[in-house]
Design a protein around this ligand. Structure first.
Ligand code: 5AD
Ligand code: SF4
Length: 517
């Protein structure tokens, strides 16, 4: 257990909480003078359960007539922490707010509503949110009419919601990952009743289609499934995101077709474990490979997906990915550790050998594939030898890039109760060595591109120099080159001239010379 994070009990002094009323609609309580309407609270025991009931799909409108004008003349900001799933959820919330009449602003002093879409994956992600809440308190004191909302994965945690009710009473709305579509109603309640509204569903709900989404730029995310049933021992996601539920293929395909019509150049299919797509369908046999095989025929230049679990990566998917075209030759395949014993303690359901076999099989089918991964160092009890196995696996697979993390205990997960005798200094040193190796490998892989002509999607001007454009290869490498802003959103060819630490430099080639993809 490390520092105060593991012991929130000191925030749970509900002796001063008074129940005002309680019925099937929820519970109204008063704590230190603040009225709180708890429509529903998170409960980790329930979050862990996996019910057998079928998932229904709803196509109703979330913003009804009575909610349509609530935000007219008002402004909103959403601060998003965490993964692409959260980024995409924020696009849905923006869509809902804009249907209510709210307009986006970059200036928090002008905002009438501020939402923090939070991440629970590691402790530092949570610390950032509580830090941000501290800043927002000052703003709320200056402008009491401001509505402050906390949502996302942290809201699914009991200890977080209790801490907010006790210590951050200036918050107006708390809602979770399963009831985003309820945002308009919760805003209405907070506005009219002047009380804190807490509505977090412990059980995942049904699938809600047709929610508005405010997308920007030329790249779009599309959810294909929600939730995770893997229960890796370190991970909070199966609790915060509920059980695996796949969207119907026809709904996913219709959304991708529509985005293609709108001119989006790249689509990333999203899910906590996309390879489990379709396993929950009772009426049809349809896998992620089948979905990819249909989507690749849609006229979008690039299709990506994230994130995949090695255990469910089947031959059908490899066969479809090998057809290439708009299916890019980049696979993000989180390995977490190179040690079979640690993988077992993590309950990853594959071992080192099976992972290597899978990577080899994919490389045979797609010889120029670029692998990226996620790695956790310093899992409870990880020995020097076990860490060295991670280093050697990174070399063997030749990962180009990895998101690397020091293990962070998450309350309520099995690993949080495991004995951990590895000092933090050792974990930090391992992380540094791993990152140095990855940097070296990434440079070597980039050097192989020297003098080649590659296809890039131009995303925008580079941050520091408006004359330089910033673009990505099919394998997601960052390329900078000089060119006119009119190329933004286009796919062009660039000849690679220099390899820098974090990006590659190139020059624009008007006539494609030699294609790498
Ligand atoms: N500690 C550190 N890293 C974690 N991840 C998930 N849970 C934890 C944790 N408790 C990492 C995994 C996962 C990525 C999204 O975050 O590597 O793939
Ligand atoms: Fe995404 Fe997981 Fe963080 Fe939730 S906890 S935002 S699913 S990374």
């Amino acid at each position: 257990m490390n520092k105060e994070s593991k012991d929130y009990s000191k925030y749970f002094d509900f002796s001063n909480a008074k129940v005002i009323s309680e019925d099937e609609q929820g519970k109204r309580i008063r704590i230190n003078g603040r009225e709180i309407n708890i429509i529903s609270e998170p409960n980790q025991r329930q979050e862990k359960q996996r019910g057998k009931q079928d998932i229904q799909v709803h196509y109703d409108q979330a913003v009804t007539e009575e909610l349509k004008d609530l935000g007219v003349g008002k402004k909103y900001i959403i601060y998003t922490f965490g993964c692409q799933m959260n980024e995409h959820d924020s696009e849905t919330m923006s869509g809902l707010l804009e249907q209510m009449g709210y307009e986006k602003t970059e200036d928090r002093k002008q905002a009438d509503i501020i939402l923090l879409n939070t991440c629970a994956i590691r402790e530092n992600a949570e610390d950032k949110v509580f830090g941000e809440l501290g800043h927002l308190k000052t703003l709320k004191l200056q402008r009491p009419g401001l509505i402050l909302g906390v949502c996302g994965c942290m809201s699914q945690e009991e200890n977080v919601v209790n801490r907010i009710m006790q210590k951050h009473q200036f918050v107006d709305i708390v809602f979770g990952t399963h009831n985003i579509h309820r945002l308009p109603v919760l805003i209405r309640d907070a506005l009219f009743n002047k009380e804190m509204v807490v509505e977090v569903w412990s059980k995942e709900g049904d699938i809600i289609e047709n929610l508005p989404k405010k997308r920007e730029g030329m790249r779009a995310w599309v959810n294909i499934m929600y939730g995770c049933d893997k229960f890796c021992t370190y991970c909070i996601v199966p609790y915060t995101r509920g059980k695996e539920r796949s969207r119907r293929p026809e709904d996913v395909i219709a959304e991708v077709r529509d985005l293609a019509r709108q001119g989006f150049k790249e689509i990333t299919l999203l899910g906590q474990n996309v390879n489990a797509y379709g396993k929950d369908f009772a009426d049809i046999t349809y896998s992620f490979g089948d979905l990819m095989d249909e989507i690749r025929t849609i006229d979008v230049p690039r299709i990506r997906f994230t994130t995949s679990h090695p255990r469910d990566f089947d031959d059908r998917l490899i066969e479809v990915l090998a057809k290439r075209g708009n299916l890019v030759e980049h696979i993000h395949l989180p390995v977490q550790s190179g040690s079979t014993e640690i993988l077992k303690k993590m309950s990853r359901k594959y071992d080192r050998e099976r992972f290597l076999e899978l990577a080899f099989k994919i490389k045979q089918a797609i010889p120029d594939v670029v692998f990226t991964t996620d790695i956790i160092v310093g899992f409870p009890g990880e020995t020097d030898e076990q860490f060295e196995e991670t280093m050697s696996l990174v070399r063997e697979v030749e990962f180009d890039f990895a998101y690397t993390f020091i293990y962070s205990p998450r309350e309520g997960t099995p690993a949080a109760g495991m004995e951990d005798n590895v000092p933090m200094e050792v974990k930090k040193e391992r992380l540094q060595r791993l990152n140095a190796l990855l940097q070296e490998q990434s440079r070597r892989s980039n050097e192989r591109l020297m003098d080649q002509v590659v296809e890039v999607l131009v995303e925008g001007e580079s941050k520091n120099n408006p004359d330089i454009l910033s673009a990505r290869t099919r394998t997601n490498k960052l390329v900078h080159f000089a060119g006119p802003a009119s190329l933004i959103g286009q796919i062009v060819h660039v000849k690679i001239t220099d390899i820098m630490s974090y990006y590659i430099k190139g020059v624009l080639v008007t006539e494609p010379m030699q294609m790498t993809s």
